[in-house]
Design a protein around this ligand. Structure first.
Ligand code: 3SK
Length: 517
């Protein structure tokens, strides 16, 4: 692998790399296609538009947009101009956007028409530095002073790329913690380059003739790599989808565009396999799939591979590390594990005193690697807790077996200590979901009448099963037969659905809050 160039503007790096394939399709969204040549021109025009709006290097813009071909134009156009895009989740509330707009002090907002009402409500809540509002794909007449995306671009000159260092701030993402306000995670141009060189090319084997489709949207770190950094680093074609990734919406793209690489999350893979519309193997062209966000249950991976003949490479990444740093790899995949550290990253499991734990023992996950964020913006305390010199504390618990495979044991703050022993909620959940009655499960610790913590399972049943004492007892005995006895859930609560983040991660802290209320 080459070293990361000291001077790097990631947008102009991609433009130069893809100049020879100007006629090739870069993006296919729900309504349009964009060639690499058109993308390069629109990116340079977007940089010109930002200049015309008066934005200067290192100033910030908010990118609150659905996945269309306008998204990479704004993101890369900003990088090209040395302006810093702050990409945010499209599923947040007006209160969240009000906080983010004030916290990031963005001077312009790029928003999809469908998200405009929520954004406007956010902008009325607080004094902001926002001077420009640009609407992509408006669905209602534009408010006074708002600019139309296409009109802005059409009137803008082509701007030359600014020269930036690879260590220079390129963009931010916001990371939603399990508690507290979202944190602004600050990334460099070089971090994008490193994720492509360390993960996408060697692990995923991404190549020019791939067609890629990510169920995770571009505003997630996972989706940004999947649908922008990686494919554009090799000149592949990207399918973008505006709507929510339901199994039906995904099946439609898998059969219509026949992507060779699909990036999903465990809950989506589970619901795809449970769907009666699951397409047969010969209607898709999948070469490799990935999973992240939470651990992929072994059974889901095995069933998917049996059906499609294609492996799902489960991995773990983080917004702070930008993308995946532990992953399974083709040819050495072990379902039920997250695989091994991606070469270029170092991983350690430490106990409460910071000492390395023995093989098979649960420890806190620490990572060292070149794609780590610089900091959480204006949040010294959280930065100090997470970024520890070269190392980053992920907040996840893991074990490592003697062969070097890592297995997820839950979030640090989700771990349950029963009779002095750690119980991983994930381990119990993985057993529960193997029972024929169980669609989904989440396990938390709750104090019993003696104030001693015991495990409790929240269970969503499959259709046709009764939420009664008999089913509850059957599930308890099922777990008891498969795990150490102290781990079985002393209580079972049947529920219609589990609280989840936008990426599909189960929010066990919300179940704990429910217990405390
Ligand atoms: O959730 C993950 O494992 C992940 C993967 C890649 C990038 C970002 C994240 C949070």
């Amino acid at each position: 692998m080459n070293a990361c160039p000291a001077e790097l503007n990631f947008a102009s790096y991609l433009a130069a790399l893809n100049a020879p394939r100007a006629a090739k399709t870069a993006y296919i969204d729900d309504t349009r296609q964009l060639t690499y040549g058109e993308l390069a021109e629109r990116v340079a025009r977007m940089a010109g538009a930002l200049r015309q709006l008066g934005l200067r290097r290192e100033e910030r813009i908010l990118l609150l947009m659905q996945d269309t071909a306008d998204w990479p134009v704004v993101f890369l156009g900003a990088l090209h101009a040395g302006v810093v895009p702050v990409a945010v989740n499209t599923l947040l509330t007006a209160d969240d956007y009000a906080y983010i707009v004030a916290h990031s002090r963005v001077r312009a907002v790029f928003v999809s028409g469908a998200l405009l009402p929520t954004l406007q409500s956010a902008l009325t809540q607080a004094a902001t530095d926002v001077e420009h509002l640009v609407v992509s794909q408006a669905v209602t007449p534009l408010p006074a002073h708002a600019l139309d995306f296409e009109a802005l671009l059409a009137a803008a000159p082509l701007a030359p790329a600014v020269r930036t260092l690879s260590d220079e701030i390129a963009f931010w993402l916001y990371s939603s913690g399990s508690t507290g306000k979202p944190k602004g995670v600050v990334h460099t141009h070089g971090n994008l380059w490193h994720t492509a060189e360390l993960y996408a090319k060697p692990v995923l084997g991404i190549r020019e003739d791939d067609v890629v489709f990510s169920a995770a949207k571009l505003f997630f770190a996972y989706g940004l790599g999947n649908g922008l950094t990686f494919p554009l680093s090799v000149g592949a074609t990207v399918i973008l989808m505006g709507e929510r990734p339901t199994p039906q919406a995904v099946f439609q793209r898998l059969t219509r565009h026949r992507p060779t690489v699909f990036y999903g999350v465990p809950t989506l893979y589970a619901s795809m396999l449970a769907s009666t519309d699951l397409p047969p193997r010969d209607q898709v062209a999948l070469r490799v799939c990935t999973s992240a966000g939470e651990a992929l249950p072994r059974d889901i991976g095995e069933r998917f591979t049996r059906h499609f003949g294609c492996e799902i490479l489960d991995g773990i990444g983080s917004t702070e590390m930008l993308h995946i740093f532990i992953s399974n790899q083709t040819g050495q995949l072990r379902y039920g594990t997250t695989g091994k550290p991606v070469p270029g990253y170092e991983v350690q499991l430490r106990d409460d005193n910071g000492a390395l734990v023995a093989a098979g023992t649960i420890g806190d996950l620490y990572i060292k690697g070149p794609s780590a964020a610089l900091m959480y913006w204006n949040n010294r305390d959280k930065t100090r807790q997470c970024f520890l010199g070269d190392w980053l504390k992920s907040g996840d618990k893991y074990t490592c077996d003697p062969d070097g495979y890592y297995t997820y044991a839950g979030r640090s703050d989700d771990m349950i200590k029963v009779s002095g022993q750690y119980v991983s909620p994930v381990e119990v959940e993985n057993i529960l979901v193997q029972h024929e009655a169980v669609l989904e499960a989440a396990v938390i610790g709750v104090p019993d009448h003696d104030g001693l913590v015991k495990t409790k399972a929240y269970v969503v049943l499959r259709p046709g099963f009764e939420p009664d004492a008999q089913t509850g007892a059957a599930l308890q005995s099922y777990v008891k037969q498969r795990l150490a006895p102290f781990k079985y859930p002393r209580q079972i609560n049947f529920t219609e659905e589990l609280p989840k983040t936008a990426t599909g991660k189960i929010q066990r802290f919300r179940l704990r809050q429910l217990e405390e209320s």
